[in-house]
Write a protein that binds this ligand. Structure first.
Ligand SMILES: Nc1ncnc2c1ncn2[C@@H]1O[C@H](COP(=O)(O)OP(=O)(O)OP(=O)(O)O)[C@@H](O)[C@H]1O
Length: 582
Protein backbone atom coordinates (compact mmCIF):
# COMPACT_ATOMS: atom_id res chain seq x y z
CA UNK A 1 0.00 0.00 0.00
CA UNK A 2 1.08 3.55 -0.72
CA UNK A 3 2.67 5.26 2.26
CA UNK A 4 0.56 8.04 3.75
CA UNK A 5 1.05 11.03 6.01
CA UNK A 6 -1.05 11.45 9.13
CA UNK A 7 -4.45 12.64 7.95
CA UNK A 8 -4.37 10.48 4.85
CA UNK A 9 -2.21 12.48 2.42
CA UNK A 10 0.51 10.76 0.41
CA UNK A 11 3.88 10.55 2.18
CA UNK A 12 6.30 13.40 1.38
CA UNK A 13 9.99 14.04 1.72
CA UNK A 14 11.66 16.88 3.52
CA UNK A 15 15.44 16.93 3.07
CA UNK A 16 16.35 13.27 3.29
CA UNK A 17 13.53 12.32 5.64
CA UNK A 18 10.24 10.71 4.61
CA UNK A 19 7.22 12.16 6.37
CA UNK A 20 4.50 9.59 6.81
CA UNK A 21 1.80 8.62 9.30
CA UNK A 22 1.35 9.84 12.06
CA UNK A 23 3.43 12.88 11.03
CA UNK A 24 2.17 15.28 8.42
CA UNK A 25 3.67 18.30 6.75
CA UNK A 26 2.18 21.74 6.40
CA UNK A 27 3.60 24.10 3.89
CA UNK A 28 3.54 27.46 5.61
CA UNK A 29 3.81 29.39 2.35
CA UNK A 30 1.47 27.56 0.05
CA UNK A 31 -1.04 26.43 2.69
CA UNK A 32 -1.88 22.89 3.67
CA UNK A 33 -1.11 20.16 1.22
CA UNK A 34 -3.85 18.04 2.75
CA UNK A 35 -7.59 18.70 2.89
CA UNK A 36 -7.80 16.89 6.17
CA UNK A 37 -5.10 17.70 8.75
CA UNK A 38 -3.52 14.96 10.82
CA UNK A 39 -3.17 14.79 14.63
CA UNK A 40 -2.20 18.27 15.91
CA UNK A 41 0.87 17.22 17.95
CA UNK A 42 2.38 15.55 14.87
CA UNK A 43 2.34 18.54 12.57
CA UNK A 44 5.76 19.28 11.03
CA UNK A 45 7.06 22.09 8.86
CA UNK A 46 9.85 21.69 6.36
CA UNK A 47 12.60 24.25 6.98
CA UNK A 48 14.14 25.55 3.73
CA UNK A 49 13.34 22.17 2.15
CA UNK A 50 16.25 20.82 4.20
CA UNK A 51 14.87 19.35 7.45
CA UNK A 52 11.52 18.86 9.24
CA UNK A 53 10.75 20.85 12.37
CA UNK A 54 8.51 19.67 15.20
CA UNK A 55 6.77 22.61 16.91
CA UNK A 56 7.42 23.49 20.54
CA UNK A 57 4.37 23.40 22.77
CA UNK A 58 5.60 26.62 24.43
CA UNK A 59 4.39 29.54 22.29
CA UNK A 60 7.13 31.60 20.66
CA UNK A 61 9.90 29.22 21.60
CA UNK A 62 11.91 27.42 18.92
CA UNK A 63 10.93 23.82 18.20
CA UNK A 64 12.99 20.74 17.33
CA UNK A 65 15.00 19.97 14.22
CA UNK A 66 14.40 16.35 13.25
CA UNK A 67 17.52 14.46 12.21
CA UNK A 68 15.97 11.02 11.67
CA UNK A 69 12.71 9.16 12.26
CA UNK A 70 12.35 5.46 13.00
CA UNK A 71 8.66 4.70 12.41
CA UNK A 72 8.99 1.05 13.47
CA UNK A 73 10.42 1.92 16.89
CA UNK A 74 8.28 5.07 17.22
CA UNK A 75 11.46 6.99 17.92
CA UNK A 76 13.08 10.06 16.41
CA UNK A 77 16.32 11.96 16.87
CA UNK A 78 15.94 15.68 17.33
CA UNK A 79 17.94 18.78 18.18
CA UNK A 80 16.41 21.45 20.36
CA UNK A 81 16.63 24.56 18.17
CA UNK A 82 16.44 26.76 21.27
CA UNK A 83 19.74 25.25 22.32
CA UNK A 84 21.39 25.93 18.99
CA UNK A 85 20.43 29.57 19.34
CA UNK A 86 22.54 29.69 22.46
CA UNK A 87 25.58 29.33 20.27
CA UNK A 88 24.48 31.62 17.49
CA UNK A 89 22.56 34.43 19.20
CA UNK A 90 24.63 37.57 18.92
CA UNK A 91 23.17 39.63 21.72
CA UNK A 92 20.67 38.32 24.20
CA UNK A 93 19.59 34.87 25.27
CA UNK A 94 16.14 33.60 24.60
CA UNK A 95 14.36 32.24 27.65
CA UNK A 96 15.82 28.82 28.30
CA UNK A 97 13.21 26.17 28.94
CA UNK A 98 14.06 22.70 30.08
CA UNK A 99 13.58 20.66 26.90
CA UNK A 100 10.90 18.47 28.47
CA UNK A 101 8.63 21.50 28.96
CA UNK A 102 8.53 22.16 25.23
CA UNK A 103 7.34 18.71 24.22
CA UNK A 104 3.75 18.07 23.23
CA UNK A 105 1.81 15.49 25.23
CA UNK A 106 2.41 12.63 22.81
CA UNK A 107 6.22 12.84 23.09
CA UNK A 108 8.60 11.62 25.78
CA UNK A 109 12.33 11.93 26.17
CA UNK A 110 13.77 8.44 25.72
CA UNK A 111 15.28 7.18 29.00
CA UNK A 112 18.35 6.07 27.06
CA UNK A 113 19.42 9.71 26.78
CA UNK A 114 21.91 11.26 29.13
CA UNK A 115 21.70 14.92 30.09
CA UNK A 116 23.77 18.06 29.81
CA UNK A 117 23.24 20.68 32.49
CA UNK A 118 24.11 24.32 31.90
CA UNK A 119 24.70 26.60 34.84
CA UNK A 120 24.47 30.36 34.69
CA UNK A 121 25.92 31.58 37.96
CA UNK A 122 25.79 34.83 39.85
CA UNK A 123 28.06 33.33 42.49
CA UNK A 124 30.64 30.99 41.11
CA UNK A 125 32.24 29.56 44.26
CA UNK A 126 30.19 26.34 44.31
CA UNK A 127 30.61 25.81 40.56
CA UNK A 128 34.37 26.23 40.72
CA UNK A 129 34.68 23.62 43.47
CA UNK A 130 32.90 21.04 41.31
CA UNK A 131 35.54 19.12 39.33
CA UNK A 132 33.07 17.71 36.83
CA UNK A 133 32.14 21.13 35.51
CA UNK A 134 33.64 22.72 32.44
CA UNK A 135 33.56 26.45 31.87
CA UNK A 136 31.68 27.36 28.69
CA UNK A 137 33.27 29.32 25.90
CA UNK A 138 30.91 29.12 22.96
CA UNK A 139 27.76 30.51 24.55
CA UNK A 140 27.50 33.93 22.96
CA UNK A 141 24.81 35.27 25.19
CA UNK A 142 26.16 34.01 28.50
CA UNK A 143 29.11 35.50 30.26
CA UNK A 144 31.84 32.90 29.71
CA UNK A 145 33.38 33.48 33.11
CA UNK A 146 30.26 32.49 35.00
CA UNK A 147 28.65 29.79 32.92
CA UNK A 148 29.49 26.14 33.29
CA UNK A 149 28.40 22.84 31.87
CA UNK A 150 28.15 19.29 33.17
CA UNK A 151 27.62 16.34 30.84
CA UNK A 152 26.66 12.69 31.20
CA UNK A 153 23.98 13.09 33.86
CA UNK A 154 21.79 9.99 33.85
CA UNK A 155 18.11 10.14 33.06
CA UNK A 156 15.82 10.29 36.08
CA UNK A 157 12.29 9.04 35.46
CA UNK A 158 10.91 11.30 38.21
CA UNK A 159 12.54 14.35 36.58
CA UNK A 160 14.23 15.22 39.84
CA UNK A 161 17.73 16.54 39.25
CA UNK A 162 17.90 18.55 42.46
CA UNK A 163 21.13 16.84 43.54
CA UNK A 164 22.85 18.66 40.69
CA UNK A 165 21.64 22.07 41.88
CA UNK A 166 24.43 24.54 42.69
CA UNK A 167 24.13 27.45 45.05
CA UNK A 168 24.19 30.79 43.23
CA UNK A 169 23.49 29.24 39.80
CA UNK A 170 20.45 28.80 37.58
CA UNK A 171 20.44 25.44 35.84
CA UNK A 172 18.94 24.25 32.59
CA UNK A 173 18.70 20.57 31.72
CA UNK A 174 18.82 19.29 28.18
CA UNK A 175 18.97 15.72 26.98
CA UNK A 176 21.82 14.49 24.81
CA UNK A 177 22.06 11.35 22.78
CA UNK A 178 22.58 8.22 24.88
CA UNK A 179 25.91 6.48 24.51
CA UNK A 180 26.51 2.77 24.29
CA UNK A 181 25.22 0.88 27.37
CA UNK A 182 27.19 1.51 30.53
CA UNK A 183 29.22 4.34 29.08
CA UNK A 184 28.72 7.80 30.50
CA UNK A 185 30.39 11.06 29.60
CA UNK A 186 32.24 12.68 32.40
CA UNK A 187 34.01 15.25 30.30
CA UNK A 188 31.80 18.06 29.15
CA UNK A 189 34.30 19.83 26.89
CA UNK A 190 32.48 18.64 23.77
CA UNK A 191 29.14 20.03 24.87
CA UNK A 192 28.51 21.89 21.62
CA UNK A 193 28.91 18.69 19.62
CA UNK A 194 26.78 16.76 22.10
CA UNK A 195 23.93 19.19 21.63
CA UNK A 196 24.29 19.25 17.85
CA UNK A 197 24.06 15.44 17.81
CA UNK A 198 20.55 15.69 19.26
CA UNK A 199 18.71 13.29 21.50
CA UNK A 200 16.10 10.57 21.19
CA UNK A 201 12.41 11.14 21.52
CA UNK A 202 9.67 8.52 21.69
CA UNK A 203 6.07 9.05 20.73
CA UNK A 204 2.81 7.43 21.69
CA UNK A 205 0.44 6.60 18.86
CA UNK A 206 -2.08 9.40 18.40
CA UNK A 207 -5.73 8.86 19.15
CA UNK A 208 -7.31 8.24 15.72
CA UNK A 209 -9.26 11.18 14.35
CA UNK A 210 -12.65 10.64 12.72
CA UNK A 211 -12.35 10.08 8.98
CA UNK A 212 -12.96 13.02 6.70
CA UNK A 213 -16.32 13.42 5.03
CA UNK A 214 -15.59 12.85 1.39
CA UNK A 215 -17.69 14.43 -1.31
CA UNK A 216 -17.88 11.02 -2.93
CA UNK A 217 -19.18 9.20 0.12
CA UNK A 218 -22.18 7.08 -0.70
CA UNK A 219 -25.74 7.42 0.61
CA UNK A 220 -25.31 4.64 3.09
CA UNK A 221 -22.32 6.36 4.60
CA UNK A 222 -24.33 9.56 4.94
CA UNK A 223 -27.17 7.69 6.62
CA UNK A 224 -24.80 6.13 9.12
CA UNK A 225 -23.27 9.53 9.76
CA UNK A 226 -26.71 11.04 10.32
CA UNK A 227 -27.72 8.33 12.77
CA UNK A 228 -24.34 8.64 14.49
CA UNK A 229 -24.53 12.41 14.80
CA UNK A 230 -28.13 12.36 16.02
CA UNK A 231 -27.40 9.79 18.68
CA UNK A 232 -24.22 11.64 19.73
CA UNK A 233 -26.21 14.88 20.03
CA UNK A 234 -28.96 13.09 21.98
CA UNK A 235 -26.40 11.56 24.34
CA UNK A 236 -24.79 14.96 24.81
CA UNK A 237 -28.13 16.63 25.54
CA UNK A 238 -29.06 13.87 27.93
CA UNK A 239 -25.72 14.26 29.73
CA UNK A 240 -26.26 18.06 30.00
CA UNK A 241 -29.74 17.57 31.46
CA UNK A 242 -28.40 15.01 33.88
CA UNK A 243 -25.67 17.38 35.04
CA UNK A 244 -28.12 20.27 35.40
CA UNK A 245 -30.46 18.20 37.52
CA UNK A 246 -27.61 17.05 39.68
CA UNK A 247 -26.27 20.55 39.91
CA UNK A 248 -29.54 21.60 41.45
CA UNK A 249 -29.58 18.62 43.77
CA UNK A 250 -26.08 18.94 45.03
CA UNK A 251 -23.11 21.07 44.15
CA UNK A 252 -20.65 18.26 44.69
CA UNK A 253 -21.02 16.71 41.30
CA UNK A 254 -20.70 20.12 39.70
CA UNK A 255 -17.45 20.60 41.53
CA UNK A 256 -16.13 17.28 40.28
CA UNK A 257 -17.00 18.23 36.74
CA UNK A 258 -15.36 21.62 37.10
CA UNK A 259 -12.26 20.26 38.63
CA UNK A 260 -10.37 20.04 35.36
CA UNK A 261 -11.12 21.55 32.02
CA UNK A 262 -10.54 19.75 28.74
CA UNK A 263 -6.96 18.62 28.37
CA UNK A 264 -6.35 21.01 25.48
CA UNK A 265 -7.43 23.98 27.58
CA UNK A 266 -5.29 22.69 30.40
CA UNK A 267 -2.27 22.42 28.12
CA UNK A 268 -2.92 25.91 26.87
CA UNK A 269 -2.90 27.28 30.43
CA UNK A 270 0.30 25.43 31.24
CA UNK A 271 1.99 26.75 28.10
CA UNK A 272 0.92 30.31 28.93
CA UNK A 273 2.28 30.04 32.46
CA UNK A 274 5.56 28.58 31.25
CA UNK A 275 5.90 31.38 28.70
CA UNK A 276 6.00 33.92 31.56
CA UNK A 277 9.19 32.38 32.90
CA UNK A 278 10.28 31.06 36.24
CA UNK A 279 9.04 34.01 38.31
CA UNK A 280 5.44 33.60 37.18
CA UNK A 281 2.87 32.79 39.90
CA UNK A 282 2.32 29.07 40.18
CA UNK A 283 -0.92 27.35 39.35
CA UNK A 284 -2.06 25.28 42.31
CA UNK A 285 -4.57 22.49 42.21
CA UNK A 286 -7.17 22.38 44.92
CA UNK A 287 -5.35 19.41 46.41
CA UNK A 288 -2.10 21.35 46.85
CA UNK A 289 -3.25 23.57 49.68
CA UNK A 290 -5.72 23.44 52.49
CA UNK A 291 -7.68 25.92 54.52
CA UNK A 292 -6.27 26.08 58.02
CA UNK A 293 -9.15 27.85 59.64
CA UNK A 294 -12.78 26.96 59.77
CA UNK A 295 -15.49 28.72 57.81
CA UNK A 296 -16.39 30.80 60.84
CA UNK A 297 -12.82 31.89 61.13
CA UNK A 298 -12.25 33.46 57.73
CA UNK A 299 -9.76 36.32 57.43
CA UNK A 300 -12.28 38.64 55.88
CA UNK A 301 -14.70 39.26 53.12
CA UNK A 302 -14.38 41.95 50.49
CA UNK A 303 -15.94 43.10 47.28
CA UNK A 304 -14.28 40.34 45.27
CA UNK A 305 -14.88 37.41 47.56
CA UNK A 306 -14.03 35.69 50.82
CA UNK A 307 -10.49 35.36 52.15
CA UNK A 308 -9.35 32.32 54.14
CA UNK A 309 -6.10 31.47 55.83
CA UNK A 310 -4.49 28.45 54.24
CA UNK A 311 -1.32 26.40 54.07
CA UNK A 312 0.55 25.12 51.05
CA UNK A 313 2.01 21.63 50.96
CA UNK A 314 5.48 23.06 51.55
CA UNK A 315 4.26 24.55 54.85
CA UNK A 316 3.99 28.21 53.80
CA UNK A 317 1.02 30.08 55.22
CA UNK A 318 -1.11 31.81 52.62
CA UNK A 319 -4.25 33.89 52.27
CA UNK A 320 -6.60 32.36 49.70
CA UNK A 321 -9.04 34.78 48.11
CA UNK A 322 -11.95 32.95 46.48
CA UNK A 323 -13.13 35.19 43.66
CA UNK A 324 -16.75 35.35 42.74
CA UNK A 325 -18.32 36.73 39.62
CA UNK A 326 -15.19 36.61 37.49
CA UNK A 327 -14.95 38.24 34.09
CA UNK A 328 -13.58 36.64 30.95
CA UNK A 329 -12.44 33.15 30.09
CA UNK A 330 -9.65 31.12 31.62
CA UNK A 331 -6.98 32.43 29.21
CA UNK A 332 -7.75 36.05 30.08
CA UNK A 333 -7.71 35.17 33.76
CA UNK A 334 -4.28 33.53 33.47
CA UNK A 335 -2.89 36.54 31.56
CA UNK A 336 -4.14 39.04 34.13
CA UNK A 337 -2.89 36.93 37.02
CA UNK A 338 0.51 36.77 35.34
CA UNK A 339 0.72 40.55 35.10
CA UNK A 340 -0.32 40.93 38.75
CA UNK A 341 2.24 38.29 39.68
CA UNK A 342 5.06 40.18 37.98
CA UNK A 343 5.03 42.79 40.74
CA UNK A 344 7.74 42.43 43.30
CA UNK A 345 8.36 45.06 45.96
CA UNK A 346 8.73 45.01 49.75
CA UNK A 347 5.64 47.15 50.08
CA UNK A 348 3.41 45.18 47.72
CA UNK A 349 1.80 41.87 48.71
CA UNK A 350 3.23 38.94 46.72
CA UNK A 351 0.98 36.70 44.73
CA UNK A 352 2.30 33.15 45.12
CA UNK A 353 -0.14 31.55 42.77
CA UNK A 354 -3.69 30.93 41.74
CA UNK A 355 -6.29 28.26 41.30
CA UNK A 356 -8.30 27.80 38.16
CA UNK A 357 -10.49 24.76 38.13
CA UNK A 358 -13.32 25.17 35.68
CA UNK A 359 -15.29 28.21 36.75
CA UNK A 360 -13.72 28.31 40.20
CA UNK A 361 -10.98 30.87 40.64
CA UNK A 362 -8.87 31.83 43.61
CA UNK A 363 -5.75 33.88 44.24
CA UNK A 364 -3.10 32.71 46.68
CA UNK A 365 -1.19 35.49 48.45
CA UNK A 366 1.57 35.55 51.01
CA UNK A 367 -0.02 35.57 54.45
CA UNK A 368 0.24 38.81 56.43
CA UNK A 369 0.18 37.82 60.10
CA UNK A 370 -0.67 41.27 61.41
CA UNK A 371 -3.77 41.76 59.27
CA UNK A 372 -4.88 45.04 57.78
CA UNK A 373 -4.19 48.59 58.89
CA UNK A 374 -7.84 49.39 59.63
CA UNK A 375 -7.72 46.97 62.57
CA UNK A 376 -5.21 49.26 64.29
CA UNK A 377 -6.16 52.75 63.27
CA UNK A 378 -9.82 52.27 64.11
CA UNK A 379 -9.16 50.61 67.44
CA UNK A 380 -9.71 52.33 70.80
CA UNK A 381 -6.07 53.24 71.27
CA UNK A 382 -4.21 52.87 67.96
CA UNK A 383 -1.27 55.05 68.93
CA UNK A 384 -0.63 52.83 71.96
CA UNK A 385 -0.67 49.62 69.94
CA UNK A 386 1.54 50.72 67.09
CA UNK A 387 3.17 53.93 68.30
CA UNK A 388 3.63 57.08 66.23
CA UNK A 389 7.08 56.16 64.89
CA UNK A 390 5.74 52.90 63.50
CA UNK A 391 2.70 54.62 62.02
CA UNK A 392 5.02 57.13 60.37
CA UNK A 393 7.15 54.30 58.91
CA UNK A 394 3.95 52.63 57.69
CA UNK A 395 2.89 55.86 55.94
CA UNK A 396 6.24 56.07 54.13
CA UNK A 397 6.13 52.35 53.23
CA UNK A 398 2.70 52.74 51.62
CA UNK A 399 3.98 55.68 49.55
CA UNK A 400 6.93 53.57 48.39
CA UNK A 401 4.65 50.73 47.39
CA UNK A 402 2.44 53.13 45.46
CA UNK A 403 5.40 54.71 43.74
CA UNK A 404 6.45 51.24 42.61
CA UNK A 405 2.98 50.43 41.32
CA UNK A 406 2.87 53.77 39.49
CA UNK A 407 6.24 53.81 37.86
CA UNK A 408 8.24 50.65 38.07
CA UNK A 409 6.03 47.98 36.71
CA UNK A 410 3.27 47.03 34.36
CA UNK A 411 1.15 50.17 33.91
CA UNK A 412 -1.91 48.06 33.23
CA UNK A 413 -2.24 47.44 36.96
CA UNK A 414 -4.83 49.86 38.27
CA UNK A 415 -5.66 50.20 41.93
CA UNK A 416 -8.70 52.30 42.63
CA UNK A 417 -9.15 50.77 45.99
CA UNK A 418 -6.47 52.21 48.24
CA UNK A 419 -7.86 52.18 51.76
CA UNK A 420 -6.69 50.95 55.17
CA UNK A 421 -8.37 47.53 54.63
CA UNK A 422 -6.06 46.98 51.67
CA UNK A 423 -2.88 47.87 53.53
CA UNK A 424 -1.65 44.67 55.14
CA UNK A 425 1.04 44.40 57.79
CA UNK A 426 3.73 41.72 57.82
CA UNK A 427 5.29 40.24 60.95
CA UNK A 428 7.42 43.37 61.47
CA UNK A 429 4.46 45.67 60.80
CA UNK A 430 5.91 46.70 57.47
CA UNK A 431 3.01 47.70 55.18
CA UNK A 432 2.17 45.94 51.93
CA UNK A 433 -0.42 47.07 49.42
CA UNK A 434 -2.97 44.39 48.56
CA UNK A 435 -5.91 43.94 46.24
CA UNK A 436 -4.48 45.54 43.10
CA UNK A 437 -5.31 44.44 39.59
CA UNK A 438 -8.53 42.73 40.63
CA UNK A 439 -10.84 45.19 38.88
CA UNK A 440 -9.82 43.62 35.58
CA UNK A 441 -10.49 40.09 36.80
CA UNK A 442 -13.83 40.31 38.52
CA UNK A 443 -16.94 42.35 38.97
CA UNK A 444 -17.08 43.78 42.45
CA UNK A 445 -19.93 44.49 44.73
CA UNK A 446 -19.53 48.15 45.64
CA UNK A 447 -16.79 48.47 48.14
CA UNK A 448 -18.02 49.07 51.63
CA UNK A 449 -16.23 52.16 52.83
CA UNK A 450 -14.49 53.70 49.95
CA UNK A 451 -17.40 54.67 47.76
CA UNK A 452 -19.32 56.31 50.52
CA UNK A 453 -18.24 59.87 50.88
CA UNK A 454 -21.26 60.49 53.08
CA UNK A 455 -21.47 63.25 55.60
CA UNK A 456 -19.13 62.81 58.53
CA UNK A 457 -17.22 59.87 57.06
CA UNK A 458 -14.23 59.93 54.83
CA UNK A 459 -14.30 58.60 51.28
CA UNK A 460 -11.04 57.24 49.91
CA UNK A 461 -11.92 57.54 46.28
CA UNK A 462 -10.85 60.70 44.52
CA UNK A 463 -13.67 63.04 43.36
CA UNK A 464 -12.69 62.70 39.67
CA UNK A 465 -13.34 58.94 39.87
CA UNK A 466 -16.95 59.70 40.84
CA UNK A 467 -17.43 62.59 38.48
CA UNK A 468 -15.28 63.72 35.57
CA UNK A 469 -16.18 67.35 36.32
CA UNK A 470 -13.34 67.34 38.86
CA UNK A 471 -10.71 66.27 36.34
CA UNK A 472 -9.20 63.26 34.65
CA UNK A 473 -8.61 59.97 36.44
CA UNK A 474 -4.86 59.44 36.71
CA UNK A 475 -2.18 58.33 39.11
CA UNK A 476 -3.10 61.45 41.09
CA UNK A 477 -6.30 59.62 42.00
CA UNK A 478 -4.21 57.18 44.05
CA UNK A 479 -2.50 60.15 45.69
CA UNK A 480 -5.90 61.36 46.91
CA UNK A 481 -6.67 57.98 48.49
CA UNK A 482 -3.22 57.98 50.04
CA UNK A 483 -3.81 61.43 51.54
CA UNK A 484 -7.03 60.18 53.10
CA UNK A 485 -5.17 57.23 54.61
CA UNK A 486 -2.63 59.64 56.14
CA UNK A 487 -5.42 61.65 57.74
CA UNK A 488 -7.07 58.46 58.95
CA UNK A 489 -3.81 57.34 60.53
CA UNK A 490 -3.65 60.60 62.44
CA UNK A 491 -7.34 60.88 63.25
CA UNK A 492 -8.72 57.36 63.21
CA UNK A 493 -12.41 56.78 62.58
CA UNK A 494 -13.35 56.60 66.27
CA UNK A 495 -11.54 59.81 66.85
CA UNK A 496 -13.28 61.23 63.87
CA UNK A 497 -16.60 60.23 65.35
CA UNK A 498 -15.83 61.88 68.68
CA UNK A 499 -14.61 64.98 66.94
CA UNK A 500 -17.67 64.94 64.75
CA UNK A 501 -19.88 64.66 67.80
CA UNK A 502 -18.13 67.56 69.49
CA UNK A 503 -18.03 69.80 66.46
CA UNK A 504 -21.49 69.65 64.94
CA UNK A 505 -20.61 67.04 62.36
CA UNK A 506 -17.68 68.76 60.75
CA UNK A 507 -15.94 66.83 57.98
CA UNK A 508 -12.64 65.59 59.40
CA UNK A 509 -10.32 67.11 56.75
CA UNK A 510 -12.03 70.46 57.39
CA UNK A 511 -11.75 70.03 61.11
CA UNK A 512 -8.08 69.13 61.04
CA UNK A 513 -7.32 71.98 58.65
CA UNK A 514 -8.90 74.46 61.03
CA UNK A 515 -7.21 73.02 64.11
CA UNK A 516 -3.78 72.54 62.57
CA UNK A 517 -2.53 76.00 63.51
CA UNK A 518 -3.92 75.92 67.04
CA UNK A 519 -1.57 74.95 69.84
CA UNK A 520 -3.83 72.39 71.42
CA UNK A 521 -5.53 71.53 68.17
CA UNK A 522 -4.12 68.05 67.81
CA UNK A 523 -4.84 66.89 71.33
CA UNK A 524 -7.96 65.11 70.12
CA UNK A 525 -5.68 62.98 67.97
CA UNK A 526 -3.53 62.05 71.00
CA UNK A 527 -0.63 64.10 69.71
CA UNK A 528 1.85 64.98 72.42
CA UNK A 529 4.71 67.45 72.14
CA UNK A 530 7.35 64.83 71.35
CA UNK A 531 5.62 63.46 68.34
CA UNK A 532 4.09 66.69 67.16
CA UNK A 533 6.51 67.06 64.25
CA UNK A 534 5.64 63.58 62.91
CA UNK A 535 1.91 64.11 63.23
CA UNK A 536 1.96 67.59 61.70
CA UNK A 537 4.00 66.38 58.75
CA UNK A 538 1.54 63.57 58.05
CA UNK A 539 -1.36 66.02 58.27
CA UNK A 540 0.26 68.58 55.96
CA UNK A 541 1.21 65.99 53.36
CA UNK A 542 -2.24 64.41 53.70
CA UNK A 543 -3.94 67.76 53.11
CA UNK A 544 -1.81 68.36 50.01
CA UNK A 545 -2.76 64.94 48.66
CA UNK A 546 -6.48 65.50 49.02
CA UNK A 547 -6.64 68.69 47.01
CA UNK A 548 -9.87 68.49 45.02
CA UNK A 549 -8.21 69.39 41.70
CA UNK A 550 -5.83 66.53 40.74
CA UNK A 551 -3.31 68.96 39.26
CA UNK A 552 -2.79 70.58 42.64
CA UNK A 553 -1.87 67.30 44.31
CA UNK A 554 1.78 66.23 44.50
CA UNK A 555 2.95 63.12 42.66
CA UNK A 556 3.68 60.16 44.90
CA UNK A 557 7.42 60.69 44.28
CA UNK A 558 7.01 64.28 45.45
CA UNK A 559 5.21 62.97 48.53
CA UNK A 560 8.26 60.87 49.38
CA UNK A 561 10.45 63.95 48.99
CA UNK A 562 8.14 65.88 51.32
CA UNK A 563 8.67 63.24 54.00
CA UNK A 564 12.43 63.90 53.74
CA UNK A 565 12.01 67.61 54.41
CA UNK A 566 11.61 69.27 57.80
CA UNK A 567 8.21 70.53 58.85
CA UNK A 568 9.31 74.17 58.46
CA UNK A 569 10.04 73.60 54.76
CA UNK A 570 6.50 72.44 54.05
CA UNK A 571 3.85 74.98 53.08
CA UNK A 572 0.26 74.92 54.18
CA UNK A 573 -1.97 73.82 51.28
CA UNK A 574 -4.96 75.95 50.26
CA UNK A 575 -8.17 75.15 52.14
CA UNK A 576 -10.60 73.06 50.11
CA UNK A 577 -14.31 73.36 49.85
CA UNK A 578 -15.18 69.78 50.76
CA UNK A 579 -18.89 70.51 50.88
CA UNK A 580 -19.10 69.99 47.14
CA UNK A 581 -17.92 66.41 47.65
CA UNK A 582 -20.30 65.45 50.42
N1 LIG B 1 -2.65 38.29 52.38
C1 LIG B 1 -3.44 38.42 53.45
N2 LIG B 1 -2.98 38.09 54.66
C2 LIG B 1 -3.74 38.26 55.77
N3 LIG B 1 -5.00 38.75 55.75
C3 LIG B 1 -5.52 39.10 54.56
C4 LIG B 1 -4.78 38.94 53.36
N4 LIG B 1 -5.55 39.39 52.33
C5 LIG B 1 -6.71 39.79 52.86
N5 LIG B 1 -6.70 39.62 54.21
C6 LIG B 1 -7.79 39.93 55.14
O1 LIG B 1 -9.02 39.70 54.53
C7 LIG B 1 -9.81 40.88 54.57
C8 LIG B 1 -10.66 40.94 53.32
O2 LIG B 1 -9.82 41.21 52.25
P1 LIG B 1 -10.34 41.70 50.86
O3 LIG B 1 -9.17 42.27 50.17
O4 LIG B 1 -11.06 40.61 50.19
O5 LIG B 1 -11.46 42.76 51.19
P2 LIG B 1 -11.40 44.26 51.64
O6 LIG B 1 -10.07 44.82 51.34
O7 LIG B 1 -11.89 44.34 53.06
O8 LIG B 1 -12.54 44.90 50.71
P3 LIG B 1 -12.51 45.22 49.14
O9 LIG B 1 -12.67 43.96 48.40
O10 LIG B 1 -13.65 46.14 48.99
O11 LIG B 1 -11.19 45.86 48.87
C9 LIG B 1 -8.81 42.03 54.70
O12 LIG B 1 -9.34 43.16 55.31
C10 LIG B 1 -7.72 41.40 55.52
O13 LIG B 1 -8.00 41.56 56.89
Amino acid sequence: AEEQQGGGCPAKRCGNITISDPFWLTDRETGRSCDWPGPPDFELTCFNSSYPVLQSSVPFSPGFKIISISYGERRLRAVDLGRLELFHASASCLPMWNTSVKLARQFRIDPINLNVIFYNCTEEAAARRDRELVQTTAMRCLNASNSFVRAGVCYDATGNYSRYALEGCDAIIMPMRGSSPGETFTNATDYEQLINDGFLLRWDPPVPLPAPVSARSDRRGKKIMLIGTTSAAATFLFACLYVLIWHRKGKRLWFLLCKKGSSNTEKNYEAMIVSYGSLAPKRYMHSEWKITSSRNDQLGKGGYGVVFKGRLHDGRLVAVKFLHDCKGNGDEFVNEVMSIGRTSHVNVVSLFGFCLEGSKRALIYEYMPNGSLDKYIYSENPKEILGWERLYAIAIGIARGLEYLHHSCDTRIIHFNIKPQNILLDKDFSPKIADFGLAKLCHTKESKLSMTGTRGTIGFIAPEVHSRTFGVVSTKSYVYSYGMILLEIVGGRRNVRSIVAKSSEKYFPDWIYDHFAQDDGLEACEVTNEIEEIARKMILIGLWCIQVIPLHRPTITKVLEMFERSLDDLDMPPKQNFCELL
